[in-house]
Design a protein around this ligand. Structure first.
Ligand SMILES: [Zn+2]
Length: 146
């Protein structure tokens, strides 16, 4: 069963999207991304347009490193925005399918329980920290947004 979880059923997708990020935060991320690109440019070209890279293999290796780093930044940052979407609703445990109730009113006033994990992407490892839910029957922590 593939279904987007972690938000109230019947909540329009637009409402979810609207909560994902503010315009201001998006612009901050754009600037962070440009800094990442600038850093990659420097690693490739240095101050002299060559940065010590002479052979094809050296240049290829560096270009791939720079690209991989940018890919990982993009993926990690994109996923990191998911935790902002956490809503109080119930969701289904991805393992047993049981409904896991949302946090209580008291729990909602506290920051959500975050769980860090390292994931291997096609371009290298990325670190994720996301709001986690616990399924008591399974005794497993999972990530509501899949
Ligand atoms: Zn379960």
């Amino acid at each position: 069963m593939i279904r987007r979880m972690g938000h109230r059923r019947n909540e329009p997708r637009e409402a979810i999207m609207a909560k994902r990020i503010t315009k201001q935060r998006l612009e901050e991320l754009r600037r962070e991304c440009h800094r990442e690109v600038d850093e990659g440019f420097d690693q490739m070209f240095g101050n002299d347009g060559q940065n010590g890279l002479v052979t094809f293999t050296e240049r290829e290796e560096r270009a791939c490193q720079v690209g991989d780093r940018l890919s990982c930044w993009l993926l990690e940052t994109h996923i990191s925005l998911d935790q902002a979407v956490e809503t109080p609703g119930e969701c289904d445990c991805p393992l047993c399918g049981r409904e896991v109730p949302g946090p209580t009113a008291e729990e909602q006033n506290k920051p959500p329980e975050l769980q860090g994990r390292r994931v291997r992407s096609r371009r290298g490892p990325i670190d994720l920290e996301r709001a986690a839910r616990r399924c008591n029957p399974c005794r497993r922590v999972f990530f509501p947004l899949g």
